[in-house]
Structures are given as structure tokens and as C-alpha cells.
Design a binder for this molecule. Structure first.
Ligand SMILES: Cc1cc2nc3c(=O)[nH]c(=O)nc-3n(C[C@H](O)[C@H](O)[C@H](O)COP(=O)(O)OP(=O)(O)OC[C@H]3O[C@@H](n4cnc5c(N)ncnc54)[C@H](O)[C@@H]3O)c2cc1C
Length: 474
């Protein structure tokens, strides 16, 4: 019998397995997919490597940083960051260069932004509500909101800004980078303090984030842990205050029962609850069903161009195209592209599982990507040598204005189960980056050995072991 059963072989599940190994506790990871890494995997297509969106490695947690460093050593590169925003047929440097921004927006628009800001700050039309839109308008003014916040945010989330929780704003706001940068450049007095805090370089594995989590897998196994692939947790047996076992299904449909004394789950918390036997109370089931996720699909293009653009990624705020962000993987690490004469890019489309984008054929999505690259004047159709599409469900936990009520119900139901700890991103229905996800897993493993961390406090309270952490857009 394995002592600790861990659901999910993403950063959180694998970090938990390593920590269990360090603490001398045998652990078994059940991963439903054929590869590890979860959202942080790297897809290898004919030797060209693509992330699910670019994954920067940055953290204020010294122990997560050293876990990454000791795992990859010299393959953990330090890379320069360059990113710009495409809007109104122009590229705005980010961090902002004031003349570039002024030239892009023009003095009249800049003056309008300032007037709208003053009205929102001190005028009678100051919004009182608790949505993302209200929060941003109160802080920056309606004009800036309309120009730089609304389009990109609604591309990512697929719902009106008036329905997104304001509590999420503070974390997300830096991701809407031009806004902050414009504001710093335009506001009176010595601006730029925020710009100084922006991260200008980041760590990145030579062969993408998947390399890190494949190495995590090797470490976990060398420390006595098991990492079982293509084992989907399909049923979780519980009674009163304990989890008794997890049932997994393999690729051939075979069922296996895994008993353990402790369980760590990084599978989406809603699915965890909905797969519990006996069926949880109706209120809990309904709460789980009411929580939603946003998916992402990437159209990955291999281009017959040695160089394309200098950015690591470009935010596409322009409403006339559906792509939200474009990654240039050769600039993340040259080793992502096996042939130096070529470049590879990943176009990110945010969508709902089952919507018009999600259900389109790969050929049609590739065609869309090629056309949008052309309309953004980034490449010509003839440049494209090959392409593929990757669909990733449940990439973003949807934090609507009412999601916390449902989460309270799930947490109240799970709290008495003393041998179960949800960890990670979808595992906790939180907007956790990989470092937060890893930290929750390390704490969960230590709790089994007698520590008393409050795993839910990671990434909610800046003073909780990661002081000063400034999360940024994903
Ligand atoms: C577009 C995008 C960009 C991002 N960029 C960054 C970035 O730059 N930097 C950063 O730090 N973070 C970034 N993140 C966040 C990062 O991807 C996550 O924080 C991290 O991958 C979460 O790790 P996890 O293990 O909790 O979950 P996941 O990565 O989701 O892994 C969960 C694993 O569980 C498995 N699983 C699910 N259900 C079951 C089941 N029933 N049975 C068995 N296995 C199951 C899945 O297959 C998966 O392998 C980004 C996320 C997205 C979507």
C-alpha cells in the first residue's frame, strides 16, 4: 500500500511527490495524461517545442527557486524579456517608452484619458460596484478602461468585465500592462516606480517547462515514489471524515483501487467533488456544477524565417482579431527550435470548451492563425512550413462575482476530511502560478509529516512565506 496518493502529475503533484520522498513517505502519483507537466507541459512536435502559453519561472519563494535550480542546474536559463502590446495597428513597447506611447495614442487621446481619470477619481460618476469594471474605472477612469482593459480582458475571460470579481483585479492588473505603463508615463510628478518593479528577465528551462517537470518526475521516482501515467482518478471513495481510496482508469479502461493513508489532489476541485462516492449532498453537487473554467487553444506555426520579431511575446489587444497573445518560442530559448533557419510561434486563443473555436477543425484553426498573423503584418502565409493545434481545457478558473459562495460550500464540505488536501491551481480553484502551486504541494506534504501550514493562504496573503510577490498576467 502506498502511503500518500497524489492525484495529478503537474507541477503541484510532482512537487508533492518529491517532498514526500524527502520526508521518507512513499507516494504514488496518478496522472491521467500520457505526459507530465499539466498546464506547464511542453509539446514536442517534430522536434519543435511549444508551451501552453509561455511559462516564465519567477518566484519570491526561495525554496521554490532552489527546487527549480537544483533540478535543472545549468539548463535553467536566465532569459531577457521583451513584450509589446498590439493595439490600433501599432505596437506599444512594454515597459512603456513614453514617446512611443504618446506617438501611439496621440496628445488628444492622452488628454482625454487624464480628464476621464480625474472624473472617476473625484467626479460624481464614480462607480460604486464590486466588479472588475467598477474597480478599474474607479482606479484609472473609464476611457483607459475602454481602451486598454475591456477588449483583452474579455478575450481572456469570455464574459463582460462587469461580471468578473473585483478581488481578482489587483492580481491581474499588472498583466494589462500598457495601462499601467501608460498611466506611469502620463501621470504628473515623478512616475515610474511601478515600472521598476516589472520583471525584465526570467528563468526558463532550455527545452521549455516540460523539461523541468520531466526532471521532477525522475527525481520523484529516484526517491522511491511512483508516477503512473494514463491513470485517471475516476472515483473517490469517502466516508464521514476520511477518503478511503481512489479508483483510477487506465487507457484500456482497466480500473485500479489505490488505498492510502493520505491523499493530495491537484485535479480540478469541482471534478474531485463530483466523482466522490457516495454522492455528496445536493447543495455541494450544485455548487461544483456552478463553477466554470476557461480553456485555451494554441495554434502553433513553424515558419521558414530565421527571425520574426524581437519580442518573447506580444499581447494582442486589437478587437479585430481573435488571437489574444503570440509567443515567439525561439526568443524564450533558441533550443526550442531544432533548425536555426526557422522560427516557431504559438497563437493563444481563449475559449470555452465546446464553443465555435474549440469545435473547429484543426485545419480551419490553422487557417485562422495564418490569416491573423498576416493581418497583424507578422508573417505571410507562404512562410508557414507546418502547424499544429493544442487544446487545453480548464486553463483558467472562472472567478465571477459569485464564485466565492460556491467555493465556500465546497471547502466546508471537504474541510472535515482530515486525510485530504487539495493543492495547485484548478485543484484549489485559484489563480495560482506554478510557484504558488508548487508551494501548496510542499506544504501539503509537510502537513502529513506533522507541520501545520494553512495551504489555502498561499497566494492570498503576501506576508505568508512569499513577501513582496507581485504576480503578473498569464
Ligand atoms: C496560458 C497560461 C500561461 C501560464 N503562464 C505561467 C507563467 O508564465 N508562469 C507560471 O508560474 N505559471 C503560469 N501559468 C500557471 C501554471 O500553468 C499553473 O500554475 C501550473 O501548471 C499549475 O500546476 P498544477 O499541478 O496545480 O495543475 P496542472 O498544471 O493543471 O496539472 C494538473 C495535472 O493533473 C492531471 N489531472 C487532472 N485531472 C486528473 C484526474 N482525474 N486523474 C489524474 N490526473 C488528473 C492533469 O492531466 C495535469 O497533468 C500559466 C497558465 C496558463 C493557462
Amino acid at each position: 500500500m502506498s502511503e500518500v496518493i497524489i492525484i495529478g502529475g503537474g507541477p503541484a503533484g510532482l512537487a508533492a511527490a518529491i517532498e514526500c520522498g524527502k520526508l521518507g513517505m512513499p507516494a504514488r502519483v496518478l496522472e491521467m495524461d500520457h505526459c507530465v507537466g499539466g498546464l506547464s507541459r511542453t509539446v514536442n512536435y517534430k522536434g519543435y517545442r511549444f508551451d501552453i502559453g509561455g511559462h516564465r519561472f519567477f518566484t519570491k519563494s526561495a525554496e521554490v527557486q532552489s527546487l527549480w535550480e537544483e533540478t535543472l542546474d545549468e539548463d535553467f536559463l536566465v532569459r531577457p524579456r521583451l513584450s509589446r502590446i498590439y493595439y490600433r495597428n501599432r505596437f506599444f513597447h512594454y515597459p512603456l517608452k513614453p514617446f512611443n506611447a504618446l506617438a501611439g495614442l496621440g496628445p488628444i487621446e492622452s488628454a482625454r484619458i487624464m480628464a476621464s481619470y480625474l472624473t472617476a477619481k473625484w467626479g460624481s460618476s464614480r462607480p460604486e460596484g464590486d466588479s472588475f469594471e467598477d474597480w478599474v474605472v474607479r482606479r484609472f477612469g473609464r476611457r483607459l478602461f475602454e481602451i486598454f482593459f475591456r477588449t483583452y480582458t474579455e478575450k481572456v475571460w469570455g464574459i463582460p468585465c462587469s461580471e468578473i470579481a473585483a478581488e481578482w483585479s489587483a492580481q491581474r492588473i499588472q498583466g494589462l500592462s500598457l495601462t499601467k505603463a501608460v498611466w506611469n508615463a502620463l501621470r504628473p510628478g515623478p512616475g515610474g516606480t511601478a515600472i521598476k518593479t516589472l520583471i525584465e528577465e526570467f528563468h526558463y528551462p532550455r527545452f521549455g517547462p516540460g523539461q523541468m517537470y520531466e526532471a521532477f518526475t525522475g527525481r520523484a521516482r529516484r526517491m522511491g515514489g511512483e508516477v503512473l501515467m494514463e491513470r485517471e482518478a475516476v472515483r473517490i471513495d469517502w466516508r464521514a471524515d476520511r477518503i478511503e481510496a481512489v479508483w483510477s482508469r487506465d487507457a484500456d479502461g482497466g480500473l485500479e483501487r489505490h488505498e492510502g493513508s493520505h491523499f493530495i489532489s491537484s485535479m480540478p476541485i469541482t471534478e474531485l467533488v463530483l466523482r466522490m462516492e457516495p454522492r455528496p449532498p445536493e447543495e455541494v453537487v450544485q455548487a461544483a456544477k456552478a463553477l466554470g473554467y476557461r480553456g485555451i487553444l494554441t495554434v502553433n506555426l513553424i515558419l521558414n524565417r530565421e527571425r520574426m520579431f524581437p519580442d518573447t511575446w506580444i499581447y494582442v489587444h486589437a478587437p479585430e482579431v481573435r488571437v489574444g497573445r503570440i509567443q515567439n518560442f525561439k526568443n524564450w530559448s533558441p533550443a526550442m527550435v531544432p533548425d536555426p533557419r526557422h522560427t516557431s510561434v504559438g497563437l493563444e486563443y481563449f475559449c470555452w470548451e465546446g464553443d465555435d473555436l474549440w469545435t473547429r477543425s484543426d485545419a480551419s484553426l490553422i487557417d485562422l492563425g495564418i490569416r491573423e498573423m498576416q493581418s497583424l503584418r507578422l508573417s505571410e502565409p507562404a512562410d508557414v512550413l507546418d502547424a499544429n493545434v493544442v487544446r487545453m481545457p480548464k486553463a483558467y478558473c472562472l472567478h465571477t462575482r459569485t464564485y466565492s459562495k460556491q467555493m465556500d460550500i465546497l471547502r466546508r464540505f471537504l474541510a472535515p476530511m482530515s486525510n485530504l488536501q487539495p493543492v495547485g491551481r484548478a485543484g484549489m480553484f485559484k489563480y495560482n502560478n506554478s510557484d504558488h502551486s508548487i508551494l501548496t504541494a510542499l506544504y501539503a506534504a509537510r502537513n502529513i509529516a506533522g507541520a501545520e501550514y494553512d495551504v489555502w493562504r498561499v497566494n492570498t496573503d503576501c506576508t505568508y512565506h512569499e513577501e513582496g510577490r507581485r504576480p503578473e498576467s498569464q
